[in-house]
Ligand binder design. Structure first.
Ligand SMILES: [Zn+2]
Length: 91
């Protein structure tokens, strides 16, 4: 029996969506030449780590659709994408 509390799938998906938005915005600023302080960098890494942790939870549910829903895709240009979008399709 597991002792940790399990997040619901909806919570996981929500966290991934919000986290991806946050990471994308910050990543864009970074690429845009915005000064990144050590603190920013630390926050970004922490956000990324958190995202990956939730992504593994999502992965464990053996998802067949993107975190954004059926027939949707993670935005291109996002520094992270969900496991479904990560797996190349036949194209
Ligand atoms: Zn996706």
């Amino acid at each position: 029996m597991t002792t940790y509390q399990k997040s619901s799938l909806q919570e996981i998906v929500q966290t991934l969506q919000n986290g991806q938005k946050w990471l994308t915005e910050n990543f864009r600023e970074w690429l845009g030449g915005q000064e990144f302080t050590d603190e920013d960098r630390r926050l970004f890494d922490a956000g990324l780590e958190r995202w990956e942790r939730f992504e593994r939870l999502y992965q464990a549910t053996a998802p067949t659709i993107c975190i954004w829903g059926n027939n949707k895709k993670c935005p291109s240009g996002a520094p992270v994408v969900c496991v479904v979008c990560e797996t190349p399709t036949h194209e």
